[in-house]
Design a protein around this ligand. Structure first.
Ligand SMILES: Nc1ncnc2c1ncn2[C@@H]1O[C@H](COP(=O)(O)OP(=O)(O)O)[C@@H](O)[C@H]1O
Ligand SMILES: [Mg+2]
Length: 450
């Protein structure tokens, strides 16, 4: 079927050039010379694509774009403007244009862009559309996934939530260990009591000890007053010890004693304190291997794994990917206000082929980046940037020095926060001066993008 393209430009010469060229390329061409005509013709359903000049008599091109996007949200619009600067490009895309080209128009480039737009709408028609998913109420704490292994995990959570049994959750990073810990707590009768999470790797051993067990006034320099630890604060609820493998052997001794006797002393204290706290621990290391090489106490290991839950990596439950993608795109919509809800088969294939070494967290970050950078409602395969790391080739992208990974990560977070450095530093868990230093060191553009 022949495609119809509408050209809206007040400059006769440009209109004529584009009309001739596009007819030669085999398109049916309509033209409009001012804003009113542009809006009227864009409403005709047979128009498949529109080229819109930013400056039209009687109307600002942005106004025209807004009106057209209201009347025909499905019509792809390419903005053409003499003001080929960042601000107009950003504003065009923000208002829903699919692309933005500068004048004079490079005809070869125009052909490419048009072809791509048509290919995209073709992809969109074949794609899985799930607008209905947005009608369901979004729950932040819900785990999705209906694979066999996830169903087993839900059952285990249901069976042990109400017991106070210690649980050890093992699995690669990003598989949902913390979500399981929360689910254990919030599905128990103790859900109104505190849930407290401690990342054991984030503090030096002596700080971690006082964080967990508290300290007495004068226990060390700077201990001006007695401070209760997380064990006391979690009274009646759950204490989640994330990355338990990172605790020092001294702390392991104290944890073991707590699990055996349900009691401990604050740092520098003599009073024995009792606490009724359920312990859930998580690790992405293989604890039994660590035990074998002396890096983790065997007796503590057995005390922790009264109940043990193993989180399967995402690559071993690929039947969960589609539902996770739907769920996460909905989450991104609430986060960013951008709706991307059409997944072409080609994109789906890439998502399924990839090995996801960073599991659900990586999937989430990949989708977040794709949504932020996308210009429409279609999740394009190339916006995923998954090229080099398919199954079987899973290390192709990860063989690089740490500083490069750090640089990329910082850059992604800066883009994600739109260069709001205060937020970026918070997310990265580093101080503002540290972030500034890294930005400078790595030569990352630190100007706001809008
Ligand atoms: N089954 C799931 N359903 C929905 N989101 C999930 C699921 N598993 C993980 N996530 C998301 O992936 C990210 C990583 O999960 P998290 O529990 O922190 O993993 P881990 O503690 O194993 O590193 C979080 O943002 C979480 O919301
Ligand atoms: Mg975690």
């Amino acid at each position: 079927m022949m495609k119809t393209i509408l050209i809206a430009d007040d400059d006769n010469a440009i209109r004529r050039t584009l009309e001739l060229h596009l007819s030669d390329e085999g398109y049916v061409v309509r033209t409009a010379a001012d804003g009113h005509e542009a809006i009227a013709k864009a409403e005709q359903q047979e128009v498949n694509l529109m080229l819109l000049d930013l400056r039209l008599p009687g109307f600002d091109g942005f106004e025209v774009l807004k009106i057209i996007k209201e009347k025909r949200p499905d019509l792809p619009v390419i903005m053409i403007t003499a003001y080929d600067d960042m601000a107009t490009a950003i504003e065009s895309i923000r208002l829903g244009a699919i692309d933005h080209l500068g004048k004079p128009v490079d005809l070869d480039h125009l052909d490419e862009v048009i072809e791509k737009v048509f290919e995209m709408s073709l992809l969109a028609r074949e794609g899985v559309i799930f607008r209905d998913a947005y009608d369901t109420h979004f729950e932040q704490n819900i785990m999705v996934g209906r694979s066999r292994s996830m169903k087993e995990i839900y059952k285990t959570i249901g069976a042990v939530a109400d017991t106070r049994a210690t649980v050890l959750i093992q699995g690669e990073s990003g598989t949902g260990k913390e979500m399981v810990a929360r689910a254990l707590h919030f599905n128990s009768q103790y859900r109104n009591r505190p849930f407290i999470a401690v990342a054991c790797s984030s503090l030096a051993p002596n700080l971690l000890e006082s964080e967990l067990f508290g300290h007495e006034k004068g226990a060390f320099t700077g201990a001006y007053r007695t401070k209760p630890g997380k064990f006391e604060l979690a009274e009646g609820g759950t204490l989640f010890l994330d990355e338990i493998s990172e605790t020092s052997l001294e702390i392991q001794v104290k944890l073991l004693r707590f699990l055996q006797e349900r009691e401990f002393e604050r740092v520098g204290g003599i009073e024995t304190i009792k606490a009724n706290v359920r312990i859930v621990a998580a690790t992405n290391k293989n604890l039994s291997e660590l035990v074998a090489c002396g890096g983790f106490r065997k007796d503590l290991y057995y005390r922790l794994k009264v109940v043990s839950i193993d989180m399967p990596p995402l690559r071993e439950r690929k039947d969960d990917i589609l539902i996770l993608v739907k769920f996460l795109l909905e989450k991104m919509y609430l986060e960013t206000g951008k709706r991307v809800d059409i997944i072409p088969q080609k994109t789906m294939n890439q998502l399924l082929e990839y090995s996801w070494p960073g599991n659900v967290r990586e999937l989430e970050n990949t989708l977040r980046r794709a949504v932020i950078l996308s210009h429409g409602t279609v999740l394009l395969p190339e916006s995923l940037h998954l090229d080099g790391n398919r199954d079987g080739d899973r290390f192709a992208l990860v063989i690089k020095p740490l500083h490069e990974v750090e640089r990329e990560h910082i850059e992604n977070i800066l883009i994600y926060t739109n260069y709001e450095k205060k937020r970026a530093a918070e997310i990265l868990g580093i101080s503002r001066p540290t972030l500034d230093r890294r930005v400078k060191e790595y030569g990352l553009d630190d100007s706001p993008r809008s």
